[in-house]
Write a protein that binds this ligand. Structure first.
Ligand SMILES: C[S@@+](CC[C@H](N)C(=O)[O-])C[C@H]1O[C@@H](n2cnc3c(N)ncnc32)[C@H](O)[C@@H]1O
Length: 373
């Protein structure tokens, strides 16, 4: 089995599994995988940290997320086959451009001398953003090179933002880091030797294009929020990170509200079923029905599922779904309050603790062969 490199690079991302990478990898190593070409499907890749870690550990990665920025990051980190230095002249060129006043400055740039910030970046940095983003389109780059340039731009913007890590509201006062100058660097890329696959679909579409012989499927869906007081559209990933979508697409969308979100992330825009609050016609929460469908339809030999406290799915429901379609082999619990990690021998034990807050679970499940089709 290849080495244990888990160094990854990404933006600040709600629900990122950065801290869990060693545990996800060690659970994965308990699974008997194809010796020559072990494969893994990361169905909700998000920041792409998990996909990157699997790729570094020699797995052939099939990475998917419905968010377009995730596709750009995955394209850069998983599809690049060149040495990172190759990109240095391009990054130097982008850093050398003269700042300009453009669409991003108009909507997202705040005055650094104003006490009330309420913008994600200072104008000096959105002017650079405007210049760099226009130049990337003008250069007509190939797919991987363009993804490397956009990833570099987004990583740099994430270093000088004035936010709490999402873009549905902005800080009242400028964060100290927002005073720094935007500077792009070459992302920590690797020259991938295996042929990874990047997808940008709704999960159920992605399942259809997977080959039959995937060793491990890692699922980290959003699980919906059970915060009844929050307008539903605000707690969706598409809203949290609307600005990254716009930077990738450079489509100058209609925007609304104080945070100037894309119109396609408003309350009336359709949400992912995994971010649904409501119950379906059967009386069950729609999110648990979606998880059931996911576990039923995935054609992988093993499944690793992440579960966080505070989501819509209850412990009993999840346990039932997992036991119907698979055999729970191991559960690991990460208790953020106590800062401990515990393996659980008895696979039903976790249910009684499920009312606690601030914990995450990792389930290793063997898919039942008779439920494979
Ligand atoms: C908890 S985050 C994943 C975090 C990721 N494991 C990481 O370490 O960064 C959930 C992800 O699911 C994606 N998502 C939501 N609904 C989806 C759907 N129907 N199909 C595919 N991806 C979806 C969101 O865009 C979000 O990136």
């Amino acid at each position: 089995m290849p080495g244990n490199a888990i160094e990854t690079e990404a933006i600040k991302y709600t629900g990122s599994k950065l801290k869990l990478l060693p545990h996800i990898l060690s659970l994965s190593k308990k699974v008997p995988v194809s010796a020559e070409n072990p494969s893994v499907f990361d169905g909700f890749s998000g920041s792409t940290r998990v996909s990157q870690a699997y790729a570094k550990n020699g797995y052939r990665v099939y990475a998917n997320d419905i968010a377009v920025y995730s596709k750009f990051f995955n394209t850069a980190f998983l599809l690049n086959k060149k040495e990172p230095e190759i990109y240095q002249p391009l990054i130097d060129h982008l850093n050398s451009l003269a700042p300009v006043d453009g669409w991003f400055t108009e909507h997202y740039g705040g005055n650094e001398n104003s006490n009330t910030a309420k913008f994600p970046w200072q104008k000096k940095n959105t002017r650079r953003l405007d210049a760099v983003r226009e130049e990337i389109d003008r250069l007509n780059l190939d797919e991987v090179t363009k993804a490397v340039a956009i990833t570099s731009l987004i990583l740099a913007l994430d270093q000088v933002d004035s936010t709490l890590g999402h873009y549905v509201s902005y800080l009242n006062e400028w964060s100290p880091r927002s005073y720094k100058d935007l500077k792009l660097t070459v992302p920590k890329l690797r020259g991938n030797q295996q042929d990874n696959v990047v997808m940008n679909h709704d999960i159920f579409e992605a399942l259809k294009s997977l080959p039959d012989n995937i060793d491990i499927a890692y699922f980290d869906p959003p699980y919906g929020s059970n915060n009844e007081k929050m307008p539903p559209s605000r707690v969706r990933y598409a809203s949290y990170y609307h600005i990254w979508t716009t930077i990738c697409l450079n489509d100058r969308p209609e925007v609304f509200g104080k945070a100037r979100r894309r119109a396609d992330t408003s309350d009336i825009a359709a949400a992912s079923v995994f971010e649904e609050f409501r119950r379906g016609p059967s009386g069950r929460f729609m999110v648990i029905e979606a998880i059931e469908k996911l576990i039923r339809e995935i054609r992988a030999r093993y499944i690793i599922l992440s579960y966080s406290s505070g989501g819509r799915a209850t412990a009993e429901e999840l346990n039932e779904v997992l036991n119907t379609y698979g055999e729970i082999i191991e559960i690991e619990k990460i208790d953020y309050k106590k800062n401990v990690m515990a393996g659980m021998k008895w696979t039903n034990d976790w249910i009684k603790d499920a009312d606690e807050k601030n914990f995450e679970l990792l389930f290793l499940v063997k898919k039942r062969q008779e439920k494979y089709q």
